[in-house]
Design a binder for this molecule. Structure first.
Ligand code: MN
Length: 707
C-alpha cells in the first residue's frame, strides 16, 4: 500500500493536502510500532485507503491519516490547525474525541460513548465513517492483540459499530465487522460455518451456474443489460439464521440457502422484468418475496428479494437491483455524499430523518440508561411498514404497537390514545402491528399516558415522550406536596411563605442549599430528597424563631387526599402492595422518593419502619370510592366436599369479583386453607363478607390478610 495509490486520483492541490497529511503523520508516528510489530503508519494509511474507497474526499482522507496523531504523539490540535486549516483540524478533533471513547461493560459509560458519537455525527457524518474504517482495520488486525482485548473489542464492534454501519447503510463493512466479531466471540461456530461454506463451494458453483445459464438465456433474448453474480451469504447472517430457527451447529448441512444470486440492471423497470424472468424459470418459495424498491428500508436500502427453488430443488435467494441501489447497499449514506455540497451531508434530506430523530432524542434524554436503550433499539431492530388511513407510510421497528404509531403521528395523538382500529377492527393498544396494517388511532381528550405503556412500546420516541410526561407529572406532584409540607411547618411561627421567599436574602439562602428556586426546594422536599426540617432551618435565618421552630412539635400534615384515579389534587398516589388498603380503612401516606405518595393501612407491619422518618408521613383520608382494590382474605375450613364452591358462590352473589384462589389442605389437622384475592370497593364491603363467611357451618376462621 502506497500513498501515491490515493493521491494519483486527485488534482494537484488535493493531492498535496493528502500527501502533506501523510508526511506529517509518518513523521510524528516515527518509531512507534503496532502490536503486529509493523510501523505504526501502516494503520493510518490503511484507514485512509478504506476511507478513500467510500468517500472520494481529500479532507476526509487527510483526517483519516491524522486520526491518531493528537491522541498518540506529541503533535497538538493547534499544530494540525496551523498546518491543515480549520476543516481538517475540526474533523481530527472529532476523531480524537471518538478515540477516547473506551468501551466499558458499564452501561452508563457505554451510553456516554454513544452520545459522543451522535454528537460527532451531527457535526460531520464523515468523522463517523472514518471511525468505522478505523475500527474495520483494527478488527482486520485483531489477531495481534491479547485474548482479553480481542474479546472486548469484538464485543464493542458487534454492539456498537456493526449496528451503526448498518444504520448508515454501509452493508459491506457491516457484514465484514460482524463476521470478524463472530470469529473472536464464537470461534467454534465461525469456523464450522466457514468450513461448511468452503466444502459446499464446488456444489454451489455447479448449481448457481446451472441457474445462471437459464436466467441469462431469457435475459439475452429480451436484450437486457445486466451483471450477475453468485455469492455465499456472510457467516454472521447464517449464524443468526441458525439461532433464529434453532438449528444446532451439528446440523448445519440442513441450511440450504447459504448462497445467493445477485442481478444488477440499469433501471427500476428492468428490475421487475428480471423478477418476472426469474419466477418464470424457477418455482418461488412462498412468503419470501420482498419489495424493498417500493418500500425502502430506513437505511435507504433498496432491492427486490425473492427466494426460489433452483436446480435440484436447492433454495436460493435472488436479489435484483439497479447499479445505484447496489452502491447504496454497499456504501449506504456515503453513496449520497457529494463533495460539491460543501463537504457536509445534508441532514435535511428525507433519508436522514432517523438520524435527526436520534439527535433530538439525545437532547431530550435525561438519563444515560434510557439513551443507551433507545440507541440500541433503534440501531438493531428490523422495520415494519404500516399506513395511516390516508395511506401515509410509517416505518416502525418490528413489534411496534399502536402507541408507537400514535406517537409517530404526533405527541398529542400519543398522549391521548385510547385504542386502535387495525384494518378496521378494534385492537388493544399493546397489539404488535404488522407490515401492511392500516392503523387508525382513537383518542380521547381526557386520556393520559400510562406508565404501563413503557412495558410494550418499541420506539424511542414513544418511550421518551411517555417518560417525559411521567417526569413532568412527578415534578408537579412533588412540588405540591413539598409546598404543603413546608407551609404546614411554618404555621407554628407565623411566617407567610410566599412573601418571605420573595426577598433577596432568601434567594441567596436557596442558592446555598444548592437549588435555584424555591420550587426546586419544594420538589425535593416533596420527593423526599430533602427533609422539611433542614429546608426550613436553612431558609429561616432569625435565630430566636429558629429555636421556636425546633421546639415546634412534629405534627403530621393533614391534607384531604383523594382517592379516585391516580392523580388527584395534583399529587401522585400509589397504593402499597404490602398491605393493600381499601376505602374506609384507616390509612397513612408515605412520601416515596420520586414517586409521590404511597398509601398504607395504619396497621401495616411496615409502618414501624416507615415511622422512623416521621418527616415523610402524611395523614390522609379517603374522599370517594368508585374504584376497586385487590384485597386478600384467608378462610380456614374443615375438610369438606363442595366447601370451595360454597365459598365462591356466596362471594360472587355479593357482587364481589374473585381475582384468584389458592387452596391448601392439611391432612393432619383435616383442615383446608383457602386464600381469595378479591376486588373490593370499600372496607365495609369486605368486613360484611368476612362476617357472613364466619357464620357458615364448618368454617373455622376468616381473616383479612395484609396481601
Ligand atoms: Mn486508529
Amino acid at each position: 500500500m502506497n500513498i501515491d495509490d490515493i493521491t494519483k486520483n486527485f488534482n494537484k492541490d488535493d493531492a498535496e493536502l493528502i500527501n502533506n497529511a501523510y508526511i506529517f503523520a509518518r513523521t510524528f508516528h516515527e518509531g512507534y510500532k503496532r502490536a503486529s510489530k509493523e510501523d505504526y503508519i501502516i494503520h493510518p494509511l490503511a484507514v485512509a485507503n478504506l476511507t478513500y474507497s467510500i468517500l472520494k474526499d481529500p479532507v476526509s482522507i487527510a483526517s483519516a491519516l491524522l486520526h491518531d496523531v493528537v491522541e498518540d504523539t506529541s503533535a497538538t490540535q493547534e499544530d494540525i490547525r496551523q498546518r491543515f486549516g480549520n476543516e481538517v483540524s475540526e474533523m481530527v478533533d472529532a476523531l480524537t474525541k471518538l478515540n477516547r471513547i473506551n468501551y466499558h461493560s458499564n452501561e452508563e459509560a457505554q451510553a456516554n460513548n454513544f452520545r459522543k458519537m451522535v454528537v460527532a455525527m451531527a457535526k460531520d457524518l464523515r468523522a463517523i465513517i472514518i471511525k468505522i474504517c478505523d475500527r474495520l482495520h483494527n478488527m482486520r488486525t485483531l489477531q495481534h492483540l491479547s485474548k482479553k482485548k480481542q474479546l472486548r473489542i469484538a464485543k464493542e464492534t458487534i454492539d456498537i459499530y456493526a449496528p451503526l454501519a448498518h444504520r448508515l447503510g454501509m452493508g459491506s463493512i457491516k457484514s465484514e465487522l460482524e463476521d470478524l466479531s463472530l470469529k473472536y466471540l464464537n470461534p467454534d461456530i465461525y469456523y464450522t460455518i466457514a468450513r461448511e461454506l468452503q466444502e459446499k463451494r464446488g456444489v454451489r458453483e455447479t448449481h448457481i451456474n446451472a441457474m445462471v445459464v437459464q436466467i441469462k438465456k431469457l435475459m439475452d433474448e429480451s436484450k437486457i443489460e445486466y451483471k450477475i453474480e453468485g455469492r455465499a451469504k456472510h457467516i454472521y447472517s447464517i449464524y443468526k439464521k441458525m439461532e433464529k430457527n434453532g438449528i444446532e451447529i451439528s446440523n448445519i448441512s440442513e441450511i440450504y440457502d447459504l448462497f445467493a444470486v445477485r442481478i444488477i440492471v440499469p433501471d427500476i423497470k428492468t428490475c421487475y422484468t428480471v423478477l418476472g424472468i426469474v419466477h418464470s424459470c424457477f418455482k418461488l418459495v412462498p412468503g419470501r418475496f420482498k419489495d424493498y424498491i417500493s418500500l425502502p428500508k430506513a437505511n435507504m436500502y433498496q432491492s427486490l428479494h425473492t427466494t426460489v427453488f433452483g436446480t435440484s430443488a436447492r433454495v436460493v435467494e435472488v436479489q435484483i437491483r439497479t447499479k445505484e441501489m447496489d452502491n447504496i447497499a454497499k456504501n449506504g449514506i456515503a453513496a449520497h455524499w457529494r463533495y460539491k455540497e460543501g463537504g457536509k451531508f445534508n441532514l435535511q434530506d428525507k433519508r436522514f430523518v432517523w438520524m435527526k430523530h436520534i439527535l433530538q432524542w439525545q437532547k431530550d434524554m435525561a438519563n444515560h440508561r434510557e439513551f443507551m436503550g433507545s440507541m440500541k433499539m433503534d440501531l438493531v431492530t428490523d422495520e415494519i411498514y404500516v399506513f395511516t388511513p390516508n395511506g401515509d407510510l410509517k416505518v416502525l421497528p418490528r413489534g411496534a404497537t399502536p402507541v408507537d404509531f400514535a406517537y409517530s403521528v404526533h405527541t398529542a395523538v400519543g398522549d391521548r390514545c385510547t385504542g386502535a382500529l387495525i384494518n378496521g377492527k378494534m385492537f388493544p393498544l399493546k397489539s404488535p402491528l404488522k407490515t401492511g396494517n392500516i392503523v387508525s388511532i382513537l383518542t380521547s381528550k381526557n386520556h393520559l399516558p400510562s406508565k404501563d405503556w413503557l412495558s410494550f412500546v418499541k420506539t424511542s420516541k414513544a418511550r421518551n415522550k411517555i417518560r417525559q410526561w411521567i417526569r413532568t407529572k412527578e415534578r408537579g406532584s412533588s412540588l405540591v406536596l413539598g409546598r404543603e409540607l413546608i407551609e404546614n411547618r411554618l404555621k407554628g411561627i407565623n411566617v407567610n411563605l410566599s412573601e418571605y421567599t420573595k426577598s433577596k436574602e432568601t434567594e441567596e439562602l436557596i442558592k446555598s442549599l444548592g437549588r435555584n428556586t424555591i420550587e426546586d426546594i419544594y420538589v425535593d422536599v416533596g420527593n423526599g430528597k430533602l427533609s422539611v426540617a433542614s429546608a426550613v432551618k436553612h431558609l429561616y435565618k432569625d435565630q430566636k424563631d429558629k429555636n421556636k421552630l425546633q421546639d415546634h412539635p412534629k405534627t403530621l400534615l393533614n391534607i384531604p387526599i383523594i382517592i379516585d384515579g391516580i392523580y388527584l389534587d395534583k399529587v401522585m398516589v400509589n397504593f402499597a402492595k404490602c398491605c393493600t388498603p381499601v376505602p374506609g380503612d384507616k390509612i397513612i401516606g408515605f412520601i416515596t422518593r420520586g414517586r409521590g405518595m404511597t398509601i398504607h393501612r395504619a396497621q401495616c407491619p411496615n409502618f414501624e419502619k416507615l415511622s422512623i422518618e416521621k418527616e415523610r408521613l402524611v395523614n390522609v383520608r379517603w374522599k370517594t370510592a368508585s374504584k376497586v382494590f385487590p384485597v386478600s382474605i384467608g378462610v380456614v375450613t374443615k375438610e369438606r366436599v363442595g366447601m370451595l364452591a360454597k365459598l365462591t358462590s356466596i362471594t360472587s352473589s355479593r357482587g364481589i369479583n374473585i381475582i384468584n384462589v389458592y387452596m391448601d389442605t392439611n391432612h393432619m389437622t383435616k383442615t383446608t386453607t383457602v386464600k381469595f384475592i378479591l376486588e373490593i370497593k370499600s372496607n365495609k364491603q369486605i368486613n360484611t363478607l368476612i362476617r357472613v363467611l364466619q357464620t357458615l357451618e364448618d368454617v373455622v376462621s376468616v381473616e383479612r390478610l395484609m396481601k
